[in-house]
Design a protein around this ligand. Structure first.
Ligand code: SF4
Length: 346
C-alpha cells in the first residue's frame, strides 16, 4: 500500500482535496468558455466519465461572465483558470467558482496577487498557486530547483496574507524535473498538491509521460489531485488515463480489464475490437472487478485465473469463466451480453 503524504485538506465545492481524501481526477474543458451551452455539455460528458472537478480557461471578461451560468448548472465543482489578468480572477470569484487557479509567474505584480488572495479570503474559496516551467523568472540552478523555489516564494507570500486555503502545483514538460520539484516542495509545505506533466503531448506519448511522472510521484505519496493533459479533442481520454493510473497504484478501485497481447494461437477474428468493446462496457461500472479477455481457449483460461470474470475467445465462440470456473460457451455475437450479465451478477 502507498503511504500518502499528509496534507491540510481544502474543500472545492462538494469535493474534498487532500487530508487523506481519495486522489481527485481533474480535466479542462476545450470549448470556448464564452459558449456556456457547449461548455456545459462537455462538463456533463466529463462528469459522466468520472471527472471529479473541472477547470475552465478564463481568457477574457466575457468568459468570466459566462462562468456564472456554467457554475450554476455544472454537475461538478468549477475551477477558474487565470493567466495574466488578476481582474479575471476577481470576476470569477464573484461568479461563484469553487476554486481559482492562477499562475503568479504571469501576473507578477505582488499587489495584484494580493488582491486575488483577499477576494478569495472574503469568500472562503480556495486558491491554487500553479507554477509552470514556461513562466519561471530567470534564475540560477536546475529547473526542479527553480520551480520549487518559485512555488515556495509564492506560498510564503500568500501565507503572509494570512490565507491557508491553498493548493499548489508545479508542472513542466520534463518528467524528472517535475517529479523532483514536487518532491522538494512536498517536504516543506502542508498544503495539498495538484500534479501533472504539462503539455505532455498527443495521446500515446502523453499517456506514457503522464503515467511515468504521476506514477513516480503518487508512489512516493505525493499528489492529492491530478490532471493528465493530452493533445486530444476528447477530454474524457484524460480522465480515463488518470483513473487508470490511480487504479494501477491501488489508489482507486474500479473495474480492471486484463487482455492478452495475442500470439499465433489466437483464432478469434476481431479480437482487438472485442477488447475495445469490453473496455467501453466496463466504463459504466464503478465496482472493483477484474475482467479478462483472452485470445485463445488453450492458454487463455489459465492466464486469466485471477480474474472475476473471464472470456477466452476461440473461433466464432468463446468460454465464459467466473472466478476461474467455466460457466458456459457463447457465440461471438453474444460476448458482450454474456459478460454484462456476469458482471451485473457479481
Ligand atoms: S491467451 Fe492465447 S492468444 Fe493470448 S497470448 Fe496467451 S496463448 Fe496467445
Amino acid at each position: 500500500m502507498i503511504q500518502r503524504r499528509s496534507s491540510r485538506p481544502i474543500q472545492v465545492g462538494s469535493v474534498r482535496v487532500g487530508g487523506g481524501a481519495r486522489v481527485v481526477v481533474q480535466s479542462m474543458t476545450k470549448t470556448d468558455t464564452r459558449d456556456a451551452r457547449a461548455t456545459l455539455q462537455q462538463i456533463q460528458k466529463l462528469a459522466d466519465c468520472g471527472c471529479d472537478i473541472i477547470r475552465i480557461a478564463v481568457p477574457d471578461e466575457e468568459a468570466a461572465e459566462s462562468l456564472g451560468q456554467i457554475k450554476q448548472k455544472s454537475p461538478i465543482p468549477v475551477i477558474a483558470d487565470i493567466h495574466f489578468d488578476y481582474r479575471l480572477a476577481l470576476k470569477a470569484l464573484k461568479m461563484g467558482v469553487e476554486q481559482v487557479r492562477f499562475n503568479p509567474g504571469n501576473i507578477q505584480e505582488p499587489e495584484q496577487v494580493a488582491a486575488i488572495v483577499r477576494a478569495a479570503k472574503e469568500r472562503g474559496v480556495p486558491l491554487r498557486v500553479g507554477v509552470n516551467a514556461g513562466s519561471l523568472p530567470p534564475g540560477e540552478g536546475t529547473l526542479a530547483h527553480r520551480l520549487s523555489e518559485t512555488a515556495l516564494k509564492w506560498v510564503q507570500f500568500v501565507e503572509n496574507l494570512d490565507f491557508e486555503l491553498l493548493e499548489v502545483s508545479l508542472k513542466a514538460f520534463d518528467v524528472l524535473a517535475t517529479v523532483e520539484a514536487n518532491r522538494l516542495v512536498a517536504e516543506k509545505i502542508p498544503y495539498p498538491i495538484h500534479i501533472g506533466i504539462t503539455e505532455s503531448g498527443p495521446p500515446r506519448t502523453g499517456e506514457i509521460r503522464s503515467a511515468t511522472g504521476l506514477g513516480l510521484l503518487l508512489y512516493q505519496g505525493i499528489g492529492d489531485s491530478l490532471r493528465v493533459s493530452l493533445s486530444t479533442p476528447d477530454p474524457c481520454e484524460e480522465v480515463f488515463v488518470g483513473q487508470e493510473i490511480l487504479k494501477a497504484l491501488e489508489l482507486r478501485s474500479g473495474p480492471e480489464l486484463v487482455s492478452c497481447p495475442t500470439c499465433g494461437r489466437c483464432e478469434a477474428e476481431g479480437f482487438f475490437e472485442i477488447v475495445h468493446e469490453v473496455e467501453k462496457l466496463l466504463a459504466g461500472f464503478t465496482k472493483p472487478i477484474r475482467v479478462a479477455v483472452m485470445g485463445c481457449v488453450v492458454n487463455g483460461p489459465g492466464e486469466a485465473r485471477g480474474a472475476d470474470i473471464g472470456l477466452a475467445c476461440g473461433k466464432g465462440k468463446g468460454v465464459i469463466f467466473r472466478k476461474g470456473e467455466k460457466v458456459r460457451v457463447v457465440e461471438e455475437k453474444d460476448y458482450l451480453q454474456a459478460l454484462l450479465s456476469e458482471v451485473r451478477g457479481l
